[in-house]
Design a protein around this ligand. Structure first.
Ligand code: NAG
Ligand code: NAG
Ligand code: NAG
Ligand code: NAG
Length: 151
């Protein structure tokens, strides 16, 4: 129960049931694009529409992400979370993003990367940008472990 409560703090549940645009974001259905740029967000916003293919949540204050953040976003191919304060990536954070091809985590502070953090159900991930994303040696070791375990 306590773990669940903690997760509710960094991610809003049930978000993608709503078709409208989340507060502090700009949504273009025609371009299949949602941008929440430099809005001091501390969490991935709820209510990102299902049509989204390109999702930019950049230049915010997000510190932790997990699988709860990206539910129901089957169509997202490009996700950028660059320029946040992400220090921890949970296992299977992105696994629900079945069409994900490009993931940009550049300019973050990753210290803990859990096993299977970058697992995507569909094995569709082609690009992963970790430029200036690793905070210290811990994350480098986590990455090494993760790569060694990959098939
Ligand atoms: C993803 O896109 C397809 C085709 O545009 C659409 O039919 C489907 O409803 C979308 N998925 C979601 C979760 O909205
Ligand atoms: C798997 O990924 C490809 C893109 O690499 C996408 O076209 C396809 O729709 C995805 N399949 C499912 C089941 O989401
Ligand atoms: C990776 O991210 C950095 C910093 O945001 C950017 O300058 C660079 O062009 C990106 N690399 C690729 C291959 O997209
Ligand atoms: C890396 O930073 C994290 C968070 O501050 C800390 O818990 C961890 O011990 C650090 N690891 C190393 C090898 O310094």
């Amino acid at each position: 129960m306590r773990v669940l409560a903690q997760r509710l703090v960094f991610c809003a549940l049930l978000g993608s049931l709503y078709a409208s645009c989340p507060p502090r974001c700009e949504c273009s259905e025609a371009a299949h694009t949602v941008k929440c740029v430099s809005r001091e967000l501390r969490a991935v916003p709820a209510g990102i529409p299902g049509y989204t293919r390109n999702l930019f949540i950049t230049g915010n204050h997000i510190s932790r992400i997990g699988p709860e953040c990206f539910k129901g976003l089957d169509n997202v191919t490009t996700l950028s979370l660059s320029n946040n304060r992400i220090s921890e990536v949970d296992s299977n954070t992105f696994s629900g993003l079945r069409s994900l091809r490009s993931l940009d985590l550049s300019n973050n502070q990753l210290a803990i990367i859990h096993p299977e953090a970058f697992m995507v159900q569909n094995h569709s991930l082609l690009d992963l940008n970790l430029s200036r994303a690793l905070y210290n040696h811990s994350s480098v070791m986590d990455l090494a472990t993760l790569c060694a375990g990959a098939p």
